[in-house]
Design a protein around this ligand. Structure first.
Ligand code: PDD
Length: 319
């Protein structure tokens, strides 16, 4: 990999009104994100598109979740949707122009908003400005091998707080679960709360039995992934029955298929759980259908974005 391929060496990031190299971006130590984990974040894919046109995927839904997250913790949203879109476009353009991000590279937008900087004290301080940070880096999707063979997962008790619906930067519980997976040579840790499936350390979990797809219902016990609604729609499109319901540990262990989903994983089959084969030990038919559907959804959004550009240029010509 050349330095130009690898923009992770020093992408251009946005911090509080300025575009700066990541290596120069600084926040004060009294930022409440640092002191209390008092902030939220978003992670959204920006797929490389036709003729260098990048498509933010399901971006409306990502921005809606961002608005819900800030709302739930009492931070005024620093931008409206149009403001966030143009900010992301600015950061993308800066990285393409100055930090080696190629137009044909898929990317990921990381957005973080914290309550801001104030003298240390737990309750919300009055009149402070939120800290806004945006970083766009290449998206490394799971490998062909991971998709073809599936990944190994381990399980653990979910010991996180009960506001998992907020995409909070207070991620210690998730970090410990990711580390547990890493130490056990696994891709992800799947969690149970009181014997009932919740989610992975950074993914939603889907279970297939006898051709029926199931996932834990939307609640404060899981983060509703942006892929949640998409997978529901894809299941319907593919004629796969879907049930949002409580799933017991025994059911997970007896599943024909297990699938994890997230912005950076898309959909990925789990073929080993705690050292035991899942179903036949290889990716199943429901995974194959959802993966194909996911790629169609990407192509459709890219096409819409392209049509938008063509309509815009037609309007400009006729104006
Ligand atoms: N994580 N659950 C948790 C706890 C997550 O952290 C994530 C995503 C998901 C899936 O959400 P989505 O489909 O919107 O990516 C579910 C992101 C990718 C992260 O923290 O990097």
């Amino acid at each position: 990999m050349t330095a130009v391929d690898d923009v992770s060496h020093d992408p251009i990031v946005y911090l509080n009104g300025e575009l700066v190299p990541l290596s120069e971006a600084r926040v004060p130590v009294l930022d409440r994100g640092f002191i209390f984990g008092d902030g939220i974040y978003e992670v959204a894919p920006l797929y490389a598109g036709h003729a260098g046109r990048r498509t933010p995927f399901r971006f409306e839904q990502h921005l809606a979740r961002l608005a819900r997250s800030v709302g739930k913790i009492g931070i005024a949203n620093p931008f409206d949707d149009a403001g966030w879109r143009s900010l992301i476009a600015r950061v993308v353009a800066a990285n393409e122009a100055h930090a080696g991000l190629r137009a044909d590279q898929d990317a990921i937008a990381y957005i973080q908003v914290t309550r801001g900087v104030a003298k240390r004290g737990h309750a919300f301080p009055a009149g402070i400005q939120p800290t806004v940070f945006v970083m766009v880096t290449p998206l490394n999707l799971p490998s062909e091998t991971q998709r073809a063979q599936g990944v190994r997962c381990v399980t653990a008790e979910d010991r996180r707080w009960l506001n998992c619906d907020i995409k909070s930067v207070s991620l210690l519980g998730n970090v410990l679960m990711a580390q547990y997976a890493a130490e056990n040579d696994a891709f992800e840790t799947i969690q149970f709360r009181d014997g009932v499936l919740t989610e992975g350390s950074s993914s939603n979990v889907w279970v297939v039995k006898d051709g029926v797809l199931a996932a834990p219902p939307r609640s404060h016990k899981i983060l509703e992934g942006i892929r949640y609604g998409l997978i529901e729609a894809l299941a319907q499109e593919c004629g796969i029955r879907f049930e949002a319901r409580e799933i017991s540990e025994a059911e997970l262990r007896a599943a024909d298929e297990i699938i994890v989903s997230s912005a950076t994983k898309e959909v990925l089959p789990v073929t080993q759980l705690d050292g035991q084969a899942v179903g036949k030990g290889r990716p199943g038919a429901v995974f194959a259908a959802l993966y194909a559907g996911y790629q169609r959804a990407k192509a459709k959004e890219a096409q819409h974005a392209q049509q938008g550009v063509e309509n815009e240029s037609r309007e400009n010509i006729t104006a």
